[in-house]
Design a protein around this ligand. Structure first.
Ligand SMILES: Nc1nc2c(ncn2[C@@H]2O[C@H](COP(=O)(O)OP(=O)(O)OP(=O)(O)O)[C@@H](O)[C@H]2O)c(=O)[nH]1
Length: 592
């Protein structure tokens, strides 16, 4: 049985790819949490997509037992995602911990998300344990990375643990540092209070909520209340992941685990809510979290019109596990689909991929857009679809982010000129060590949801990193550029751009579309227009590959095969008016 003094709750925070999941695996190995036959790389990344892409999407919580001479410790590891789209989940996980392992790749040094995550952890007063990982790599520069960490954290160089999560070198020291440096949890109240920091929908068990018990105790059979939602329910099971779900008689103050109440809807026990016992309720809820707001919007349309209901069903199911996903029905030239809101482009890609893979749908996504505030005479209208931009308005405001960019000093000029091209305003510049510089810029979100990250990587040979926080809405001189294909305005291709860039973007978009739209049996004119004015024009010449012409003679099965092949080649296309437009065309505006 664990006492408060023997519990440590910690998370691992790092820049993407610095080795968080690998270290988590090593910690599990070192404590023999996983039986040999269940071993699989990256145990904590349970979703197939996570494993394939090698990224962590949902936060997870695992308990391991660590026996030492001075007693047996109960270590709760809360895994967090590293990508900027999921910063919100990082902050939730952080609120459930007392300590954080700050992992830095010794060959790369401090990067933008290292800082972003560190600041979140410091806001919650977590004990920070700095770790240099990948010291086995020939490119590892331990002295330089140490200098950066010492400068950043003001720590003694000896407090920085040097490890290789790959070979396991240094991992035992990490375990001891967790026990010795992370404070044990404390409890102040008698009444039960548990913070829900994540929840997901399990088709067999209903809603499973991850809870950090701050005060009191939760047992199977307890009647509990969600304090904010004001809902009551009975606990069917409580337990922890070790790393498989393991039922326990109770969860007690200081512990992290899961609770199941057989709920069908994650809204009933929302992330950020506080659970208490009905028999002896707490007075005040724990501080919660603000709901994550979608920043990138796009229309999702089934390539087969009759898949609309299946798409609705699939989106509802995904939303059970991803409360940040927003969707509502939308009708456009592409037919019936859904306008969806995402936390960023990566989130959008993952959702589209999951819908296609897990629900066997073929989808087309329209050009992604930011969210705009359009000030009219009598109202402020929210526009997330460029085709909804009204013709007349008083002013239009766009979302602006505060971005942090870190890179070697020789690339400062490159980074600055990129930010300048993207309408950035410089806010600050600072050396984080003798060789590397941190730049701060205010940038319109619309300029970075396009290919900003790729452009940054290519101009700095991959050496610069980037992170951002939402800052606010600012007035801007924006216009709508529409695309007309074969005489029809294709609303899903419309974009909102700054007036100074409208000509350039319109021209580039039309040229790109000319390459992407396959030849049809007739000529297809493509135009870009600003209001009534056409600003660019190209034509796709007529042509059609007659696949059947080759097999004269009568082999009908061969003909059918060829036709089917041709049909398959056409998937991920959408009939708009008389023309078929492929998925790439809708994403072309991202890469101009
Ligand atoms: N050579 C070497 N490679 C490592 C080490 N630790 C991790 N890696 C590799 O670095 C890559 C990224 O590691 P992950 O553990 O997936 O990184 P992560 O920080 O969890 O990444 P996200 O979950 O996507 O944020 C993988 O290819 C690992 O095999 C190490 O100590 N040495």
């Amino acid at each position: 049985m664990s006492t408060l003094e023997n519990i440590r709750n910690f998370c691992i925070i790092a820049h993407i790819d610095h080795g968080k999941s690998t270290l988590a695996d090593r910690l599990l190995d070192a404590t023999h949490a996983v039986a040999e036959r269940d071993r699989m790389d990256q145990i904590l990344d349970t979703m197939d997509i996570e494993r394939e892409r090698g990224i962590t999407i949902k936060a997870q919580a695992v308990r391991v037992l660590y026996p030492r001479e001075d007693g047996e410790y109960n270590l709760n590891l809360i895994d967090t995602p590293g990508h900027v789209d999921f910063a919100y989940e990082v902050s939730r996980a952080i609120a459930a911990c007392e300590g954080a392992l700050l992992v830095v790749d010794a060959s790369q040094g401090i990067q933008a998300q290292t800082l972003a995550n560190l600041y979140l952890a410091m806001e919650h007063d977590l004990e920070i344990i700095p770790i240099l990982n990948k010291i086995d790599l020939p490119m590892a520069d331990v002295p330089a990375a140490t200098e950066e960490l010492v400068e950043l954290l003001g720590v003694d160089p000896d407090d920085i643990i040097k490890i290789s999560a790959k070979t396991g070198q240094g991992v035992p020291e990490v375990l001891d540092a967790i026990v010795d440096r992370v404070p044990h949890p404390e409890t102040t109240e008698e009444e039960t209070r548990g913070l829900v920091f994540d929840s997901y929908y399990d088709p067999y068990r209903g809603v499973v909520s991850l809870v950090r018990l701050v005060d009191g105790e939760l047992k199977k059979g307890d009647e509990v209340k969600a304090m904010r939602a004001d809902e009551r329910f009975e606990l069917l099971e409580v337990g922890c992941y070790s790393p498989k779900p393991t039922a326990l008689p109770s969860l007690r103050a200081g512990e992290v685990g899961y609770v199941i109440a057989g709920l069908k809807d994650i809204e009933a026990l929302r992330v950020g809510d506080t659970v208490t016992r009905v028999a002896q309720p707490a007075e005040k809820a724990l501080p919660g979290y603000a709901q994550a707001l979608p920043t990138v919007f796009s229309g999702l349309y089934p390539t087969e019109g009759d898949d609309f209901e299946r798409l609705r069903d699939a989106l509802s199911k995904l939303q059970l596990n991803d409360a940040s996903l927003f969707f509502e029905p939308e009708n456009s030239k592409m037919g019936f689909g859904f306008r969806c809101g995402f936390l960023g482009l990566l989130h959008m890609e993952i959702v589209q991929e999951r819908l296609e893979r897990e629900f066997d749908l073929d989808l087309i996504a329209s050009s992604p857009s930011a969210r705009y505030e359009v000030v009219m005479e009598d109202e402020v209208r929210i526009v997330t679809n460029p085709s909804d931009l009204p013709e007349a308005y008083l002013e239009i405001r766009e979302p602006v982010v505060r971005a942090t960019l870190i890179g070697p000093k020789e690339y400062v000029g490159q980074v600055m000129s990129l930010c300048h091209e993207r309408r950035g305003v410089q806010v600050g510049m600072e050396y984080i060590s003798s060789r590397r510089v941190q730049l701060t810029y205010d940038l319109p979100l619309a300029e970075i949801i396009t290919d900003f990250f790729d452009a940054l990587k290519s101009r700095t040979k991959g050496y610069a990193s980037f992170d951002y926080d939402f800052k606010g809405y600012e007035v801007s001189d924006l216009v709508k550029v529409e695309v007309i294909v074969s005489g029809d305005i294709v609303d899903a291709l419309s974009i909102i751009v700054h007036r100074d860039k409208a000509y350039y973007r319109g021209r580039a978009l039309v040229e790109k579309l000319k390459e992407l739209i396959p030849r049809q049996q007739f000529e297809v004119p493509i135009q870009a227009a600003m209001g009534k004015r056409v600003i660019a024009r190209e034509t796709v010449r007529a042509y059609r590959k007659d696949v059947i012409a080759k097999c004269y003679g009568g082999d009908i099965t061969r003909k059918r095969k060829l036709l089917e092949k041709q049909k398959a080649g056409k998937r991920r296309m959408k009939q708009v008016g008389s023309v078929e437009i492929p998925q790439e065309a809708f994403l072309a505006a991202l890469k101009l």
